[in-house]
Design a binder for this molecule. Structure first.
Ligand code: ADP
Length: 302
């Protein structure tokens, strides 16, 4: 399988800020890849390098087999891009803006454009200056999805959208992915990434700190178990991989290293189980491992 995006050792500095400090990311063709990290981690800078908007000081990048700095024109024919904070031409209507943006890639598919305006509940007649942040975001999203692209680069695309529009957005990502397109989705909304992405790269301070499928990354974490069992609590507490065991209303509640799950479940079932709930580790827990007790959303406010 070829890779839609490859970047190795990207370095980018702004004055004294080292925005990218040897960042690596690989996105296979046809996959929906989550690009996760708190604000300031370097996601947008990476994306701007991949789009040829910024030149990396060091490292190598390739997008659809081309060099983004030298071949930006060719790349942009095949790439739909949605920035996190969309700036519009104040005097163009939403519809004109959509046509201008999709025109760079050969023009919108009229039926698709009409359907997207409907689904995103966007009035295309208003001038750019009259749109709220959420509506500006919708203009960029309709433009991105109104003509098929080989690669969708979406940088915090749903900031400012309400939950209904978030689900419209997710349906569009699933549609283009089913058609074989590649999607790079930068986000700090973990549930969005969890629902859409097969693989993720987690970035911190300009470097990728984890990369892999959600299943692989979950392997590094713990599953929470609540079980009503005849097994002896003290014996379970001493099993390999079991942490923080407590007794609550006749049930045992504990966490278990996901790679020790099988052994622990074996012991429980041998003793007899009447009820059992297992909660798989979330991406949120993965984040906590890397960012201490601060969630990425909170880091922004610090
Ligand atoms: P993210 O997209 O993950 O929020 P960014 O790539 O926007 O992170 O930012 C990475 C770092 O680079 C931050 O410290 C940010 O302040 C800095 N930075 C980004 N763009 C610029 C710029 N044009 N000038 C100066 N500093 C910048």
């Amino acid at each position: 399988m070829t890779n839609a995006i490859e970047a190795d050792g990207l370095v980018k500095t702004f004055g004294r800020t080292r925005a990218l400090d040897g960042l690596d990311i690989t996105v296979a063709e046809g996959e929906v890849h989550g690009f996760l990290g708190p604000n300031g981690a370097g996601k947008s800078t990476t994306i701007r390098v991949l789009l040829g908007l910024l030149r990396a000081r060091d490292g190598r990048a390739s997008v659809l087999g081309r060099d983004p700095w030298r071949d930006a024109v060719a790349i942009h024919r095949d790439v739909a891009y949605v920035p996190g904070d969309v700036a519009l031409w104040p005097n163009l209507s939403g519809g004109e803006t959509i046509d201008l943006l999709t025109g760079m890639r050969g023009g919108a598919d009229p039926a698709l454009r009409a359907r997207l305006l409907d689904d995103f509940e966007l009035d295309p007649r208003k001038k750019g200056r009259g749109y709220s942040k959420g509506n500006r975001q919708k203009v960029a999203l309709v433009a991105a999805f109104a003509r098929p692209a080989r690669l969708y680069i979406l940088d915090e695309p749903t900031s400012g959208l309400d939950p209904v529009m978030e689900s419209v957005f997710q349906a569009e990502v699933r549609r283009v992915a089913a058609d074989g397109a590649t999607v790079l989705l930068s986000s700090h909304i973990l549930s969005e990434v969890e629902q859409l992405c097969e693989r993720v790269t987690i970035v911190r301070a300009g470097k990728a700190v984890e990369s892999g499928t959600l299943a692989e990354l979950r392997h590094l974490t713990r599953t929470s178990i609540r079980v009503t069992t005849a097994a002896d609590a003290a014996a379970i507490a001493h099993l390999d991989g079991v942490h923080d065991l407590q007794q609550e209303a006749g049930a045992l509640v504990f966490d278990v290293d996901t790679d020790r799950l099988q052994g622990v479940l074996g012991t429980l079932t041998a003793a007899g189980v009447s009820t059992l709930t297992a909660t798989p580790p979330s991406l949120e827990e993965l984040f906590l491992r890397h960012y201490g007790d601060r969630l990425p959303q909170q880091e922004e406010a610090v």
